[in-house]
Structures are given as structure tokens and as C-alpha cells.
Ligand binder design. Structure first.
Ligand code: NDP
Length: 292
């Protein structure tokens, strides 16, 4: 990559950002597209977030990605929020439109595109079960609701958080039936009633949490099981067990790629080279999780 006086910048704002795979993935895309753009990691503490976001304007960045822990705070610092970001209350992509910062959220659509790569989904009859109610779960829930799914179940440790998710969803999708539950309640019923099961927690990642988030013996070949954690092997303990029950499985790499590709489209107006991005990430697999 040649950095020159005409090179334009895009940053990823997070804390920490040393683990992120996005610079590798996005720079490979820009190079392959022949664009004079450099994508840089920016470790920004929560206290410095406002200054950093003002800096996007001051330094004429094309835009930025936003990752943990800034997605919600950044949403409150935008000049304008695109509809999905406004519903979700979180931003993962900022576009600098001539000095006006517009916040977008491409996480949910990234998940949908990854899902569509592995299965032919009839969303109108889909009955997803999301495990988790954090930022990623909220983005996925909104993207699924946008697809007019039949109903949604959310299982989360903290019931208040899943209740907040339900309120957020029903404010924009009042006709969508949303059930909420915790790990202490019946798990078998929600699993049997669902056809897509999505782990959007960090359970199954490492240490004592390296276990499936729900009992897997009720999963069947009719389930699509997704774990959005991105790991070296793509085969989390949950996916391995679900695959053993005959379920179709999907790891977190596809979501990572497609949320990044959607961001590139927003910044450049051009389709991103998914194959190049996939190659860049796969050639630098680490055993750490990545969310963007
Ligand atoms: P948040 O911190 O917003 O949410 C974390 C979620 O995990 C909450 O639902 C939380 O439950 C749950 N959780 C954490 N620890 C436990 C535990 N010990 N037992 C039960 N539940 C637990 O994080 P995000 O939503 O941003 O990210 C979640 C995961 O998704 C991460 O692993 C992240 O790397 C991955 N991700 C992947 C992406 C991709 O592109 N592939 C994109 C974004 C995220 P509670 O509310 O009860 O605390």
C-alpha cells in the first residue's frame, strides 16, 4: 500500500482495538478495488470518544467503523442516524457526508447476508431464537424483524436486558410477537418451536464458558444454528455439538465479512470484494474472538 498526500482515511474506533481483524480485511478490499484509502485502528478511551468523533470531521476522514465499547455512545454523537441505527440505538459505521456525520448499523444486515449464503431462508415463516440481548443481539433482532419474520424468542441471563430488547423491537414492529425467557426457564420449548437458533453471547468462547449456551439434544437437522463469535476454527463447541445433531451450522466469519462489506458500500458506493476480504481474514486467523 502506498500512502501519499492524496490518501483518504477511514478509522476503526474501539477500546481496545489490537485484536481487530478489520484493518487487514478492509485494506485488502480497498487495495483490490484500486482505491487510495487507508483503514487505521484507533484506540480511543470512552473519555476521548467525543474528541475522536469530532476529529473525523476535523481531519476529513471518509468515515469510521465503531466497535466495543463505543457503539451506543457514538450513536448519541451523530449529526443524523439512519433508520436501522436509530431503531437499534447503536452505530457501527459512520459516514462523513461533507462534514455531517451519519450513523449506520450494518451488523444486522451482515448477519442476514451471511445466513443467506448458507441457507435458503423463508423469512416470513422463520421463528428465530436469539440467545443474548446485548448489542449484537439487538442488531440481529432488528434485521430479522425487518424481514417480517413470524415471531422471535430471546433467551438472556439478564431478563431486564431482554425486556428492553422487546420494548425496543415492538416500538418499531408492533405486530411482531416477541417472547423473552432466561436460562433458568424452560429451554426445550423455545428450541423445539424455533427453526433458527443464534448464539449472540460470548458463551462458548473460552475458559469456563467453553460450553454450548443451550442444551443441544433438542436440535435437529431442521434447525439452522448460528454462533456469531468468530474463532480460528469457526467451530465453536456449540456449533460442533449442533452439527453432531444434524443441524446446519454457521460461524461468525460471514457476519464479520458482510458487515464490513456493507460499510464499504456506504463509504464508496461500490460493491466490496467479499472473496478478497475472506482471503485476508482467513490468512490471519487468530484464536481470539473478533466482532469487527
Ligand atoms: P455485549 O456485551 O453487548 O453482550 C454480551 C451478551 O453476552 C449479553 O447478552 C450477555 O448477557 C451475554 N453473556 C456474556 N457472558 C455471559 C455468561 N457468562 N453467561 C450468560 N450470558 C453471558 O456484546 P456484543 O453483543 O457486542 O457481542 C456478543 C458476542 O458477539 C461477542 O462474542 C462478540 O465478539 C460477537 N460479535 C460478533 C460479530 C461478528 O461480526 N461476527 C459482530 C458483533 C459481535 P447479560 O445481558 O445477561 O449480561
Amino acid at each position: 500500500m502506498q500512502i501519499s498526500g492524496t490518501t483518504k482515511l477511514i478509522g476503526i474506533l474501539g477500546h481496545p482495538v489490537s485484536h481487530t481483524l478489520s484493518p487487514r480485511m478492509q485494506n485488502a478490499a480497498f487495495q483490490s478495488m484500486g482505491l487510495d484509502i487507508c483503514y487505521v485502528p484507533l484506540d480511543v478511551s470512552p473519555e476521548a470518544l467525543k474528541d475522536a468523533i469530532d476529529g473525523i470531521k476535523a481531519m476529513g476522514f471518509i468515515g469510521a467503523n465503531v466497535t466495543i465499547p463505543h457503539k451506543v455512545d457514538a450513536a448519541n454523537m451523530m449529526d443524523r442516524l439512519e433508520r436501522i441505527a436509530a431503531i437499534t440505538g447503536a452505530v457501527n459505521t459512520i459516514v462523513n457526508e461533507s462534514g455531517s456525520l451519519v450513523g449506520h448499523n450494518t451488523d444486522g444486515i451482515g448477519f442476514i447476508r451471511a445466513l443467506e449464503e448458507v441457507v435458503d431462508v423463508d423469512f416470513q415463516t422463520a421463528r428465530p431464537l436469539i440467545i443474548g440481548a446485548g448489542g449484537a443481539a439487538r442488531s440481529i433482532a432488528v434485521a430479522l424483524a425487518e424481514k417480517s419474520i413470524e415471531r422471535l424468542t430471546v433467551i438472556n441471563r439478564d431478563r431486564q436486558r431482554s425486556s428492553d430488547l422487546k420494548v425496543m423491537l415492538n416500538a418499531s414492529f408492533p405486530d411482531l410477537p416477541v417472547e423473552i425467557s432466561t436460562f433458568e426457564e424452560d429451554m426445550e420449548g423455545p428450541i423445539l418451536a424455533s427453526n433458527i437458533v443464534i448464539n449472540a453471547t460470548s458463551i462458548g468462547l473460552e475458559g469456563s464458558l467453553k460450553m454450548p449456551p443451550v442444551p443441544v439434544d433438542r436440535l435437529t437437522k431442521d434447525h439452522v444454528v448460528c454462533d456469531i463469535v468468530y474463532k480460528q476454527s469457526q467451530e465453536t463447541p456449540f456449533l460442533a455439538a449442533a452439527g453432531g445433531e444434524g443441524a446446519t451450522t454457521l460461524g461468525g466469519l460471514g457476519m464479520l465479512l458482510h458487515q464490513g462489506a456493507a460499510a464499504i458500500r456506504l463509504w464508496t458506493g461500490v460493491e466490496a470484494p467479499i472473496g478478497v476480504m475472506r482471503g485476508a481474514v482467513e490468512s490471519k486467523r487468530t484464536d481470539k474472538s473478533a466482532d469487527s
